[in-house]
Design a protein around this ligand. Structure first.
Ligand SMILES: Cc1cc2nc3c(=O)[nH]c(=O)nc-3n(C[C@H](O)[C@H](O)[C@H](O)COP(=O)(O)O)c2cc1C
Length: 196
């Protein structure tokens, strides 16, 4: 398996997936990576909903598109959110890129580190996926819509607890291109100040 630094540095988002199941042992390794992620005060409040049923993913895609299509684009809106709304209004918007696996990560709104803990777990899972030659992409739409009544009810029906909300998700699968793209990212930000 790939060395840790290489797996971290070469992880790139995949948005085009093959319609092929991901082996159970690989998925379990990825979940192990997510579950072993650090959490504030070792709270371990992340809840991983692993969605593999194509009919459930299809229903989520329809529901997300409907919810965005009802939303208004406002001045200065976050670019990706605006894109989701505009694409949904045009129709045919598939927020999770037709990946065979979607892992939604829930946590508790009343716990102050919910977003940080979910982010640590998702990053761990994406790095693990890269090490296993699988493609992954962070999916934010279920977080933006995490109070939308229809989607809230749907996530609860899928096993999310009453007190939880979705704070992030990740699409996983075999990249259409074969292996994941592994080019290094051109850095345009992420400033470093050394204090010696
Ligand atoms: C918090 C967060 C939210 C993101 N949301 C989405 C998303 O909803 N859809 C998507 O296609 N990519 C999403 N991304 C992926 C970023 O667009 C991507 O990481 C960035 O462009 C850098 O490219 P790379 O992942 O290939 O290095 C998200 C990434 C992060 C960290």
């Amino acid at each position: 398996m790939m060395e840790a630094m290489e797996a971290i540095l070469t992880r790139r988002s995949t948005r085009n997936f093959r319609q092929e199941a991901v082996e159970q042992d690989k998925l379990e390794k990825i979940l192990e990576a997510g579950r072993q992620a650090p959490s504030g005060g070792n709270s371990q409040l992340n809840h991983f909903l692993v969605i593999r049923r194509a009919d459930v993913i299809r229903e989520l895609v329809e529901q997300v598109e409907k919810a965005f299509a009802k939303m208004e684009v406002t001045e200065g809106m976050y670019r990706s959110l605006r894109h989701s709304i505009e694409a949904s209004r045009r129709g045919g918007y598939v927020f999770c890129y037709n990946a065979p696996v979607l892992i939604a990560v829930a946590n508790r709104p009343d716990y102050g580190n919910h977003m940080a803990d979910v982010a640590c777990a998702i990053e761990n899972m994406m790095i693990a996926a890269n090490a296993l030659d699988l493609g992954s992409c962070w999916i934010n739409q279920l977080r933006w819509l995490n109070e939308e009544p229809g989607l809230l009810a749907r996530m609860r029906a899928l096993g999310m607890k009453e007190e939880e909300r979705i704070y992030g998700a990740v699409s996983l699968g075999w990249p259409a291109a074969g292996k994941p793209a592994r080019n290094l990212m051109k850095l345009t930000g992420n400033e470093v100040t050394w204090i010696d």
